[in-house]
Design a protein. Sequence first.
Length: 406
Amino acid sequence: MSIDILVVDDDPLSLKITTGVLKSAGFNLLTAGSGEEALNLVKTSVPALAVLDVVMPDMDGFELCRRLRRSPETAKIPIIILTGLKELDDRLQAYDAGADDFIPKPLEPAEFVARVKALLRRSSTILEPSTSKTDNRTIAVFSLRGGCGVSTVAINLAVGLTQIWEHKTALIDLSLTSGQAALMLDVPLRNSWADLAPIPAPEIETDIIRRVMLRHPSGLDVLATSREPELTENLNKDQVDRVLAALKTQYEYIVIDLPHDFRDTTLAALDAADMIALLLTPELASIQNASSALRVFDKLDYPAEKIELVLNWTFKGNGLSRAQIEKSLKRPIRVIIPNGGDTFSTAITLGKPVTYAQPESPFAALFEDLAFHWSHPVHKSTAPKSPREGYQRVQARIAKRKEKMS
């Protein structure tokens, strides 16, 4: 099947070099020498991917990228910014405009083609129609107190599920005012909840949601939060209900990263969850907030087995003991995440979750084992025909523990 790629560059020599590399790789080329020419061209022929130069006379590549993203016909096509500019600010501006990748000139042909093919693969996978799922599991990660590591746990759990199972996993960032899932996964924020917020709940179709999802290299799909919280301030419970119901027909696993509140959209997610991981740290304020959350859960008639307390030792030094916390909350704590020092802060800074970037590390093992433990019972009881590396790592650790016990 032929694949059309749009290349926009006002420099004839640069345009010839770029199109020559792509043509040699077997792609069909659409070319334009300006932003306006490109916008007119895509009205009649929508490409599978666009490569944009930055410095052009009538409209720079950043503005062209923004306009392509605003058009329904081209909103989801992968976009590469190809430019002689190499400063970090230029890279950030490219991503803010909605670009998927940034490649400085002069380009290295083999790497350029490889990155083009990778973006095309991700794009086609996201847009594949999916069949309805019956063995779903939705996990909400929640805390009433900030700083407990909700996003870190949600992201590593979601990546862990992706690396263990062939089943599809989605991460939903519902922290609408300060969510950072896209940043922590280092995926370009080209679409977000802001694209769904203006659409009335009954009109939000599954295909629209799929087109808003971002794709992480691990295979995880992400519904991210906008960097402009005012764009989602009117998002309501009915819209979230609709989105989550639709996603349950597309994904076996949904992990929800929640804000530290009980607004309507948060309650919609908590209601939809099969399990709630309630995070707390070993200090008094966190215990009090966890106690408040548990009281609300009781009023909502959530069964006790739906709630899993997770003690995250986020700081160095002493804290309240596990026994003291269990006595205070009158609930058992079965999951404890040890202090990771700089491990998690470094991962956040680099946008590389430990589960993905360091799969053989102790913390990656912890999250993979936790992901397997919280997986759907049907999946855990049946070995996959083609086990993924994550699944093999989990099973090897299980076998080692059994061997030690025997």
